[in-house]
Design a protein around this ligand. Structure first.
Ligand code: C2E
Ligand code: CA
Ligand code: CA
Length: 511
């Protein structure tokens, strides 16, 4: 089926489909980019956290080494070991102070010498590490204390919070990094915190050191994924928008195509796919070929030869039937015009027209050109107007039929008996022929009532002095009956099927 009857969707729905087909690739693409950006950020926070852990472990190695070296001195008098304590502070990078412990009392400090402070091992994670707000000298600068003990002996070494926050800042860049020991944590601005660690909304990663009792949390603030996308993906976004526009255009085009049979008909007309077929019309008594009805066929490139009832309704609806008929008439004139000198008596050429042809007077010019292609007096042009689609008697239509008659064009009512034309109508349009519909011809040989209807139509046309053409004559019984009842012309498979122009010409030349 070359054309399908799909009701045209409402405008709003067409716009929605176009927008959707344009937006879908953009939305899907953005979602994929969003996930990709999320993965990249997660990878980045993991790497940053790993790097921070490495740096902190390196610092703690130095700090722990200082404590380990001092441990054997624990228990000795503070005056004797003070130099050794200070030496560790001076020699070891990152170490800020050192202390010696005896029986859980910090009794000697590199800063103050003799000292007395109770130590609670429970304050230290794993008994070894504590993050503190500050010490006596710098109460507001955080320190990380490393503790080592052996029996009553103990040593403490502290790592300056400044170095820690420096690492958090330098490695973190745009990543938010936090160092956590037990329930205390340090932020990159060097602030010491005791409250619960707030979650980071984007790509949060927490890594524990395998060697010391601390962990590092890395992540990004709200909105970082979009910020990352807008700074890293502009070329990809441009590509997405390009795909969106292309896909929107395709969506729009496909809708237009699928909802517009007239588009396909227009294409077919430009490709000259509509061609005339000719079915002979014979004399009622002599059965000689006295004319032909021109029937349109669509030579479709994929579907093959298409029957007219499958596309004529669309052509009528779109108004394309007018140029299509014009082309059909031109092709017919080109084919038959050159042989018209050989016609012994006027040859009837039936052309089907529709109500769309009667809206203006253009048909008159088309007919004039058609007749002009023949040797004068060799043809009778008969326009067939179906009874199912009768036209209104408006000033334009009345003028049209008047001018057509002046030109010598005849009018036939096609499919007569299937519609509702009144006697007044037949007179008003000066009808010349009635074409009895094939359904009545098929009644011949059936019951008496059906035959009675057919007889009435024949009688009526005789009374109105109209010529009669009987369509769909398939059997000799029908042919004999119609001839016996004075039907002037017969048309049907019995005498010839509709055939291409070349076949028709050759058949005609043999008669
Ligand atoms: P129609 O004008 O009544 O044409 C007669 C139809 O009956 C043709 O069908 C013809 O092939 C068919 N026919 C002829 N003899 C017999 C027969 O013995 N038995 C049977 N069963 N059928 C027979 P077709 O060519 O398929 O055309 C169908 C309809 O399409 C036409 O009916 C006409 O209404 C329309 N049509 C065809 N060509 C044109 C055209 O150029 N313009 C317009 N407006 N309509 C056309
Ligand atoms: Ca017809
Ligand atoms: Ca008919």
């Amino acid at each position: 089926m070359p054309l399908t009857v799909k009701p045209r969707r409402p405008r709003a729905s067409r716009i929605a489909v176009t927008l959707l087909s344009g937006l879908l690739p953009v939305i899907l693409g953005s979602a994929i980019l969003y996930m990709q950006a999320g993965r990249t950020l997660e990878q980045s926070t993991r790497l940053t956290a790993e790097e921070a852990i490495r740096q902190f472990e390196l610092m703690l190695d130095n700090t722990a080494q200082a404590a380990r070296e001092l441990l054997p001195l624990a228990g000795q008098s503070c005056i004797d070991v003070n130099l050794a304590l200070r030496e560790q502070v001076t020699r070891r990078p990152f170490v800020r102070s050192t202390n010696l412990v005896w029986d859980d009392v910090n009794y000697c400090s590199s800063l103050f010498g003799d000292f007395h402070e109770k130590i609670d091992a429970g304050d230290y994670s794993d008994g070894k590490l504590a993050l503190m707000k500050g010490n006596l000298v710098t109460p507001n600068s955080a320190v990380l204390v490393y503790r080592i003990s052996e029996g009553k002996k103990g040593a403490l070494s502290t790592l300056d919070g400044y170095h820690l926050s420096n690492v958090l800042r330098m490695i973190g860049h745009s990543t938010v990094l936090r160092l956590q020991v037990g329930s205390n944590w340090l932020s990159a601005d060097g602030q010491f915190h005791q409250e619960a660690l707030p979650a980071l909304p984007v790509a949060q990663t927490r890594l524990d050191s395998t060697r010391y009792a601390f962990s590092v949390t890395a992540g990004f603030p709200e909105g970082e994924t979009w910020r990352y996308m807008s700074s890293e993906y502009p070329p990809l976004f441009s590509l997405l928008i390009f795909f969106g526009v292309v896909s929107g255009c395709i969506g729009h085009f496909l809708q237009k195509r699928s909802t517009s049979p007239s588009h396909e008909l227009q294409r077919a007309m430009e490709a000259a796919e509509f061609v005339p077929y000719f079915q002979p019309v014979v004399h009622g008594d002599s059965k000689k070929w006295s004319g032909a009805e021109v029937l349109m066929r669509w030579n479709h490139p994929k579907e093959g030869l298409v029957r007219p009832d499958l596309f004529i309704p669309f052509a009528e609806h779109s108004g394309l039937i007018v140029p299509m008929t014009r082309s059909l008439m031109q092709q017919t004139a080109q084919l038959l015009g050159p042989v018209s000198a050989s016609f012994n008596e006027p040859f009837h050429i039936g052309i089907n027209i529709t109500a769309s042809h009667c809206k203006d007077l253009k048909l008159v010019e088309d007919c004039r050109q058609f007749i002009g292609a023949f040797v004068p007096g060799t043809i009778n042009l008969v326009l067939e107007l179906t009874e199912r689609q009768l036209i209104e008697p408006t000033p334009v239509t009345l003028q049209l039929f008047e001018q057509l008659h002046e030109l010598g064009v005849m009018i036939a009512i096609d499919d007569f008996g299937t519609g509702h034309s009144s006697l007044g109508y037949l007179r008003q349009f000066n009808v010349d022929f009635l074409k009895i519909d094939q359904s009545f011809v098929a009644m011949i040989g059936a019951d008496a009532l059906s035959r009675h209807i057919l007889d009435s139509i024949i009688e009526l046309s005789a009374k109105l002095d109209l010529g009669i053409v009987a369509e769909g004559v398939e059997t000799t019984e029908q042919s004999d009956y119609l001839s016996a009842h004075g039907v002037n012309f017969l048309q049907g498979y019995l005498f010839g099927r509709p055939m291409p122009g070349a076949d028709f010409l050759s058949a005609l030349s043999h008669r």
